[in-house]
Design a protein around this ligand. Structure first.
Ligand code: 13P
Length: 284
C-alpha cells in the first residue's frame, strides 16, 4: 500500500508530503516534473470542483500514466469530499486516499459518516483523512484582506480525540489558523494548539491544509510537531494564472502547446520550493 508506506516514512523521518491540487493536464505535468527533479513522493489531489472539470476516471488514468512513465510514487487524493457517495465513488475509481470534510456537518453526524467511510475505504486499502472544523478562507478568489477568524473556530483537541477514536480514520486535519488561500499578510499557526492535538492523538497522522502563504518557520515547526502532509493550491494557481496572463499579453501565437510551457515552468518552481521546504526530496 503506497500511501501507508509513505505516510509511515514521513512520520518516522519527520518530513511532510506535499499534496498539490490539480484540475488540468498542465498542472499535473508541473507537479510531476518537480517531483521527478527532486525524487520526491507526492500527493496529487482534486477537490470535487476540480473533479467535475477533470473527470473522476480521467484523474486516475492521467496520474497513473505519469506514474508509470516517471516511476515517481503518486498518491491520488480526493480533497474535501463532503458527500459520502462521492467519496465512495473515488475509492471505487482507484484513488489511494480520500479526505472526508465534515466541517459543515453536525459533530455526531460527522462521526457517523466518518465511521462508515473509514470502513469503506479501509476495505479497499485506501487511507482516509477526516476534518471536523471548517477550514476558513478560500483557494478560489484571490483577495488581499484575510478573513477575521475567531480562535473559537479552531480545533478542540478533545473533540478531535473523540472523532478519531470513534471513526478510526488514519489522518486528522485540524484548523489551527491555517486558512485556505493567500493574503497580503502571511498566515501564522497556533503551534501550541497543534502540539496539544499531536499529544492527544499520538497515533494518527496529521495533515495541514492551507499550505500557501504560511511563514516558513511555522511550516518547519509544524513538521517537527508531527505534520506529515501539507496541502498547497493557491500559490500554484497564482503562478499559473499570472504567467499565462503575461504570456498571452505578449504573443500572437495561437498554438496552445507553445504558450503553455511558461505557466507549467512557473508552477513547477512553486512545487519545487514546497518540496524542498517540506523535506520530501530524495525520499522515494
Ligand atoms: P491553499 O490554497 O492555502 O494552498 O490551501 C490548499 C488546501 O488546503 C487544499 O485542501
Amino acid at each position: 500500500m503506497k500511501a501507508k508506506k509513505y505516510f509511515e516514512k514521513a512520520n518516522k523521518e519527520r518530513f511532510a508530503l506535499g499534496a498539490f491540487n490539480a484540475s488540468n493536464l498542465e498542472t499535473i505535468q508541473a507537479i510531476v516534473n518537480a517531483a521527478k527533479n527532486l525524487s520526491s513522493p507526492i500527493l496529487i489531489e482534486c477537490s470535487p470542483g476540480e473533479i467535475n472539470y477533470l473527470g473522476l476516471q480521467r484523474a486516475v488514468h492521467l496520474t497513473r500514466s505519469f506514474e508509470e512513465e516517471t516511476q515517481i510514487p503518486i498518491i491520488l487524493n480526493l480533497d474535501h469530499g463532503e458527500q459520502p457517495e462521492k467519496i465512495k465513488a473515488a475509492v471505487d475509481a482507484g484513488f489511494d486516499y480520500v479526505h472526508y470534510d465534515g466541517g459543515k456537518t453536525p459533530f455526531e453526524e460527522a462521526i457517523k459518516i466518518g465511521r462508515e467511510l473509514s470502513k469503506y475505504a479501509h476495505k479497499k486499502g485506501v487511507l482516509i483523512e477526516g476534518e471536523i472544523d471548517h477550514i476558513e478562507g478560500s483557494s478560489s478568489d484571490h483577495t488581499d484582506e484575510s478573513p477575521n477568524v475567531s480562535k473559537d473556530l479552531y480545533t478542540d483537541p478533545k473533540k478531535a480525540k473523540k472523532f478519531v477514536e470513534e471513526t478510526e480514520i488514519d489522518t486528522f486535519a485540524s484548523f489551527v489558523g491555517n486558512l485556505h488561500g493567500i493574503y497580503s499578510e502571511n498566515k501564522h499557526l497556533d503551534l501550541n494548539l497543534l502540539e496539544e492535538i499531536r499529544n492527544i492523538i499520538p497515533h494518527t497522522y496529521l495533515s495541514l491544509h492551507g499550505g500557501s502563504g504560511i511563514i516558513e518557520q511555522d511550516i518547519k515547526k509544524a513538521i517537527s510537531y508531527g505534520i506529515v502532509k501539507i496541502n498547497v493550491n493557491s500559490e500554484m494557481r497564482i503562478a499559473f494564472k499570472m504567467t499565462l496572463q503575461e504570456v498571452l499579453n505578449n504573443t500572437k501565437e495561437i498554438a496552445l502547446y507553445k504558450f503553455m510551457q511558461k505557466p507549467i515552468q512557473e508552477t513547477q518552481k512553486v512545487v519545487e520550493q514546497k518540496i524542498t521546504l517540506f523535506g520530501s526530496g530524495g525520499k522515494i
